[in-house]
Design a protein around this ligand. Sequence first.
Ligand code: NAD
Length: 488
Amino acid sequence: THLSQLETVLERYRATGIENLIGGVSLPSSSGATFETCSPVDDSLICSVARGNEADIDAAAAAAKAAFPAWRDTSAADRKKVLIKIAEGIEARADEIAVAECWDTGQAYRFMSKAALRGAQNFRFFADKVSSARDGQQLQSPTLMNVTTRVPLGPVGVITPWNTPFMLSTWKIAPALAAGCTVVHKPAEFSPLTARILAEIAHEAGLPDGVWNLVNGFGEDAGRRLTEHPDIKAIAFVGESRTGSMIMKQGADTLKRVHFELGGKNPVVVFDDADLDRALDAAIFMIYSLNGERCTSSSRLLVQDTIADEFEAKLTARVNKIKVGHPLDPATEIGPLIHKEHFDKVVEYFDVAKQDGATIAAGGERLGDVGYFVKPTFVTHAKPDMRIAQEEIFGPYLTSIRFSTEEEALEIANGTEYGLSGYVWTNDLTRALRFTNQLEAGMIWVNSENVRHLPAPFGGVKASGIGRDGGDWSFEFYMEQKHIGFAL
Ligand code: NAD
């Protein structure tokens, strides 16, 4: 059934290809240029995609600018209604979205079916917050009654990556709309399918034309122009750290406000007093789900030497049982990696591990000759300064480093350029408090895998990002504080 459903989705886009959506009108690129999106399962063509250029971004920014005043001034109740209709539209098409995402990105259905529904949840969550978006404070002084309020920034740009692209797009766009901003979305070139479905759902939900514009294309032209456009007031970007640097430079002339969610090399630190069975489950889940193509994946295992042999042996046995396969097979845990380019990068790290003198305990090779499948990989006896312990690999690839003391664990955990998330396993509360207090990460879970609580702040430190979203933090980014003083 999933295959026939996929066929129906693909049928729709094969004829016209994936077009841009500008000012409520579906259009090819103004230059007529296209690129192809292919499935990482077998490299087969999915369809052609409009290759947006500077003129397309200019048209989308103009549409977003024109639509802004009316959307800003739409009552909170009416904005909320549209966001809920979008959530309902996602729910109604959740399975279609999930299969499309699996085919376009290689992610396993078991995770994408949940990710599609999480997209709807994101819209419902921010729909509920619309009425409080403008809330401010009253700050009395002897001579003035000071009040603050928040106003939406204007048209904003959203640039998303190819990992769980549907869910991430909803997470960025829902709060922008709730705040009263209008949007130009530039999705990743490797995964354009569900961004198009999402924009169609928003259109059908009655979102006014121009409030949400979609321009496909590459980072170096469409993406760059969006970040340089004078009418675009802010850029919400999710992607690699070095792209974040480029966007910051590109946006400098127009003083762009930026929110960056970037790369990670997140540690899962397992002390010998932890509940080791639960730690094992969580360590496995956080790197071998979503193909390991996950910003918050725990890609470094820091394990105390007293339990390292046993823990690593159990982990190896579990990794060898992980099912790699067709992403639409409900039993599949790991599908193919997104694209040849990324596959080549991950495969290169198999050799890097050997050259560096680490031990490949599981995996370490590609799987089959068709598509971009790799075996889930577990590398032990790594040293903190090795490339496999420092660089974001972004695949089902876990690097284990042993430590003996808490101080050493902390030094290793903090010893990379990144600081997105961290996971600490210990039953010693004092140690957990001490350790988390000093761990350089934007988000830390103790005795837990990553469990997302939507009102909580999301984001990283160091090269992992700038700014936070989630809950009210999303409004802090998409809105401007305004102060008004009334003389008494
Ligand atoms: P990427 O940086 O290559 O691309 C992301 C997006 O930026 C794409 O849409 C791309 O077209 C665009 N882009 C590229 N160059 C640009 C430029 N010069 N100007 C404007 N836009 C440009 O990232 P990717 O490979 O698609 O995604 C994987 C990365 O994303 C990983 O590093 C991962 O850790 C990170 N990520 C972080 C989070 C987080 O919340 N911290 C979440 C998901 C992914």
